[in-house]
Design a protein around this ligand. Structure first.
Ligand code: ADP
Ligand code: MG
Length: 786
């Protein structure tokens, strides 16, 4: 239904333009953009006859900037006439709302009731700044409130919803810094306890008899079940039809509850009548059989049924993905400019390199090296993501690129996220390049200032042709004479800023990023849309899958025996314990204590070493070197050994508190063993009895395929882990469950590529909304890529 106020708004702007002499000054973005944005929603609600005239009008306004003043004036008059006609038709059908009550799509969220600067900040953490951002905040899913559980049927698992009555006063229990509010409740089938962490006020918030709809994770034990409440709403505050409704749940942030976010969205929906046509130009939108944005906004937040919810969410997701892909396509367009400095002659590199290798390249390695070298020969910078499972042999691919650059008299650099890895890459690459007379230099942060200074100078003059190191390599003081190739190893560990800084180091530098976290195709397209992607999808021959077992805490001694058995065969072992984030100091003692316990009581006759992140780097390197040289039997470590460390003689790994690690991370850890030809084993020890934990860890027992594990990891992450993924800069799309729907992504990507191909700088009037949106988002410091 068309609204009175949008037409009025339009009328106001048109009259302003007219009185200003039609100089295209009435709006900041120009009349074409304004009409493109605000006409379609009016058109959508207009009777057929006017609708046609209105959409023709929109087309005519596209060239507004190029028209003569007279032509402009005619057009503005035409538009005003049409609006008047429309107004007359509908004025008696319109409820006259309080105009001041209306908010606009582009208004700040602070226009909403209940949003002050504090809440605005919380919303900003979700990338929500405007009313429009809020309405585009796509639900992660829905709860079907016709499907409630009852106390009797509660199961030991996450997210169940039930309707209960508070039966008495709550109490507050304090455990250290934690305050736990416990409130007794019941329904017809039994009694339960509602539990809130760090919200002590909950204990006295509800009087006996209050009816609540609660959603939370449930623990069922010997006593009455407890519900750790994630959401609670008083029944009397819910709409009458709550039981028939699919209730959306959203990505939220600490301090901003589901209930509050829902309330704000409901408020915004009722106060913002006018949803613009969206960022997707009509020329593209019309080719896609999908609902309009205004329909999607209205129905995503309050769908009638699951099918409607799916369509609405898909449309919102498409909107976000389209913008993301357009940003990536634009970035790609910008870096892919013709640049002769990107050309590195590579003739014969592959043949010469493979002739000197101690092994035969796998088909996958050969294919990826060919792709890399072919693009090095082209006069545009190469941006390539190379990913492949742990141990698939990516280092030699990097070596091929480094060799090509150095052999052509240019410079090459390889960067790793930690000193351990940088040193290891340097050692391996030095060996591989030695036959060619290339001796890479190592540069890390902990080196002596004077030594670093000399290297800086030699890099600046071009004396050094190949360098490996940590991000010390890309500090501002380091300048390269002629950096042709830069490789970033284990890129999943690097931040965006470091990657961006790297690109600035050279003019036309070819950039290869390598990741050992296999990346599902959808995620690769989303996060690395500006990169070409190569996959090393084959392991060197003779690798045996790492036999993986899941053990309980009580079976630890059995695990220790296995460790001893391997060592008696002349092999080496890793024992890994997790980082406990709450207290860094505590975690150091955890690793140190474990080390003391193991060397004193469990393995008194073995040589043990210790590495953790808080150690001085020289000590850490000394321990690693000893382990590599076989002087240490058992290396006790935190997850600093997670990436890349390559010690083929290590054949057994024991992971303590395995439940504290993500699946992909455990797979990385496990990749430290099974690197030689010997059969290897990995024991995951967990004290957790939670079926979810067991189920999750069992994935690793079942498969050694990093891709399968990565997809499982993605599928299993619930809203609770949102914050973790958000840091990577991917919007919450993967959480919405829709990212699995590759079709939406592929569609958005195709459309964005086509658009940027036609209009790379987004200069056409119809592309202005997108241009402004992207500009606004890059201003707000968002980064679109990993
Ligand atoms: P990634 O970095 O992909 O995890 P690496 O490059 O460290 O893997 O390689 C793992 C191990 O496999 C190294 O010891 C390396 O020498 C060895 N390797 C690499 N390619 C081959 C191959 N084609 N055949 C046999 N061994 C290989
Ligand atoms: Mg590696």
């Amino acid at each position: 239904m068309a609204d009175e106020s949008p037409a009025k708004l339009l009328g106001k702007v048109l009259r302003l333009e007219s009185s200003g002499g039609c100089r295209d000054r009435a709006t900041t973005g120009g009349m074409a953009e304004f009409m493109f944005r605000w006409l379609p929603p009016i058109t959508a609600g207009a009777p057929q006859q006017q609708a046609e005239a209105l959409s023709q009008l929109e087309g005519k306004f596209e060239a507004y900037a190029e028209l003569s003043p007279q032509q402009r004036a005619d057009l503005v008059d035409q538009a005003l006439d049409l609006l008047q006609e429309l107004d007359a038709d509908q004025s008696d059908a319109e409820p006259t709302g309080d105009e001041t009550d209306q908010v606009c799509w582009d208004d700040s969220v602070t226009k909403l009731k209940e949003v002050g600067s504090k809440r605005a900040e919380l919303l900003a953490a979700l990338d929500i700044y405007t009313i429009g951002d809020l309405l585009l905040h796509c639900p992660l899913g829905y709860e079907d409130r016709s499907q409630l559980t009852v106390v009797e049927a509660l199961e030991h698992r996450e997210r169940q919803t039930l309707r209960v009555e508070v039966t008495g006063k709550g109490q507050i229990i304090r455990r250290g810094k934690l305050a736990i509010a416990r409130v007794p409740a019941r329904d017809e089938t039994g009694q339960c306890t509602l539990v809130w962490f760090n919200q002590p006020y909950r204990a006295n918030m509800y009087s006996a008899g209050t009816e609540l709809l609660v959603t939370g994770s449930v623990r069922v034990g010997k006593k009455r079940p407890t519900v750790r409440v994630q959401e609670a709403e008083q029944l009397e505050n819910l709409p009458h039809d709550w039981q028939d409704r699919l209730v959306p749940h959203y990505a939220v942030t600490t301090g901003l509850s589901q209930t509050m976010l829902r309330r704000l969205i409901t408020q915004a929906l009722s106060r913002c009548q006018l949803v613009p046509a969206g960022l997707v130009p009509a020329s593209i939108e019309n080719q896609r059989d999908q609902p309009g944005l205004s329909w999607a906004v209205a129905h995503a937040h309050g769908p009638a049924d699951a099918e409607e919810a799916r369509q609405a969410r898909a449309r919102l997701t498409y909107e976000r993905l389209f913008a993301l892909q357009a940003a990536l396509a634009q970035r790609r367009h910008n870096v892919k400019q013709h640049n002769e400095r990107s050309v590195v002659a590579c003739d014969g590199v592959l043949a010469e390199l493979s002739a000197t290798l101690p092994f035969t390249l796998t088909e996958a390695q050969r294919r990826v090296i060919e792709q890399v070298l072919a693009d090095l020969g082209k006069p545009e910078p190469q941006y390539r993501l190379i990913h492949g499972d742990v141990g698939s042999g990516k280092t030699v691919v990097a070596a091929a690129a480094l060799l090509a650059a150095a052999r052509a008299g240019r410079q090459a650099a390889m960067m790793a996220p930690t000193e351990i890895l940088a040193e290891q890459d340097w050692t391996v690459v030095s060996e591989l390049l030695e036959p060619f007379g290339i001796a890479p230099v190592l540069l890390t942060g902990s080196m002596a200032e004077a030594d670093k200074q000399v290297i800086h100078e030699d890099l600046a003059t071009g004396l050094i042709d190949c360098v490996a190191g940590t991000h010390a390599l890309f500090q501002e003081s380091v300048g390269f004479a002629d950096l042709a190739v830069a490789v970033i190893d284990e890129q999943q560990r690097f931040g965006v800023a470091q990657r961006a800084r790297l690109a600035e180091k050279g003019d036309g530098t070819n950039i290869l990023v390598m990741s050992a976290t296999p990346i599902p195709r959808t995620l690769a397209l989303t996060a690395y849309g500006d990169f070409d992607v190569s996959v090393v999808d084959e392991l060197p021959p003779g690798r045996q899958p790492v036999h993986t077992e899941l053990l309980t805490g009580r079976q630890k001694s059995q695990a220790y025996e296995t460790v001893i058995a391997h060592i008696e065969q002349g092999r080496q072992a890793f024992i890994v314990c997790p980082v406990i984030e709450e207290a860094k100091t505590k975690y150091v003692t955890a690793a140190e204590e474990l080390f003391r316990h193991l060397s004193g009581h469990v393995f008194p006759n073995l040589n043990l070493g210790l590495v953790h992140g808080q150690m001085p780097s020289d000590e850490r390197e000394a321990a690693m070197a000893k382990f590599r040289a076989g002087e240490i039997d058992v290396l006790v470590a935190t997850s600093v050994v997670e990436v890349g460390v390559d010690v083929p003689n290590a054949t057994v790994m024991l992971v303590q508190n395995a439940e504290r690690f993500g699946l992909a991370q455990l797979h990385q850890l496990r990749g430290r063993v099974g690197r030689g030809g010997e059969s290897s084993c990995c024991m995951l020890v967990t004290g957790s009895g939670s079926p979810e934990v067991i189920d999750r860890l069992t994935v690793l027992v079942r498969t050694n395929d990093g891709f399968e594990i990565a997809s499982e990891d993605l599928a299993r992450r619930g809203p609770g882990e949102l914050t973790g993924t958000r840091q990577h800069g991917i919007p919450d799309l993967e959480m919405s469950g829709l990212m699995g729907d590759t079709r939406i992504l592929v569609r958005a990507r195709e459309d964005a590529l086509k658009l940027i191909g036609d209009d790379p700088r987004l200069e056409q009037p119809a592309h202005q909304p997108l241009k402004h949106y992207l500009a606004r988002h890059s201003q707000e410091g968002q980064d679109w890529t990993l």
